[in-house]
Design a protein around this ligand. Structure first.
Ligand code: HEM
Length: 137
């Protein structure tokens, strides 16, 4: 059920963070996967962006766990900054993001398996669908 999906992902992220290299490896994978992604980050301070990603992932987990007004507002704020009028992040880039995320989890979490793969996708897609729903507004 929903509670166990959330718990699985939360614990998995804890194991990933313990390796100390998760966020670095995510960005190596994500920036390397397509020139379209690298182009979006060409002027970005990546050290700051790495801290923001950790918060972003924690927020995705929280939003899945507890869809309250507060967690939803933060999700729509993120959707707004990534929308066409702003960073302009389209659906194909979110697919690359999710692949890079799951691949990096697989490399960092020793307990990674098919169940965790599905759980991570479910949690991330819940927030991504909110962000994408605002892309063209
Ligand atoms: C900025 C999270 C997906 C590219 C940010 C920020 C956060 C964040 C927290 C900083 C605050 C803000 O600007 O609103 C997330 C989460 C994602 C996601 C949680 C997925 C669920 C993506 C994707 C791309 C992307 C798919 C595609 C390349 C960027 C860029 C910035 C940014 C270019 C601005 C960097 C700068 O300041 O130079 N993201 N993001 N994001 N994100 Fe995302």
């Amino acid at each position: 059920d929903k509670k166990s999906v959330c718990e699985l992902v939360d614990k998995s992220y804890g194991r990933c963070r313990m390796t100390g290299t998760f966020i670095d490896e995510f960005y190596t994978e994500f920036l390397g996967c397509s020139p379209l992604v690298a182009e979006k980050f060409k002027n970005t301070d990546m050290e700051q962006q790495k801290r923001l990603l950790d918060q972003g992932i924690r927020h995705l987990i929280l939003f899945f766990h507890e869809p309250s007004a507060i967690t939803a507002t933060k999700m729509t704020d993120l959707g707004e900054s990534h929308a066409k009028s702003g960073l302009d992040i389209g659906p194909e880039l979110y697919e690359l993001w999710l692949s890079a995320l799951v691949n990096t989890v697989a490399e960092n979490d020793p307990k990674f398996d098919a169940e965790l793969d599905a759980a991570w996708r479910e949690v991330a897609n819940h927030g991504i669908s909110v962000m994408l729903s605002m892309h063209d507004d």
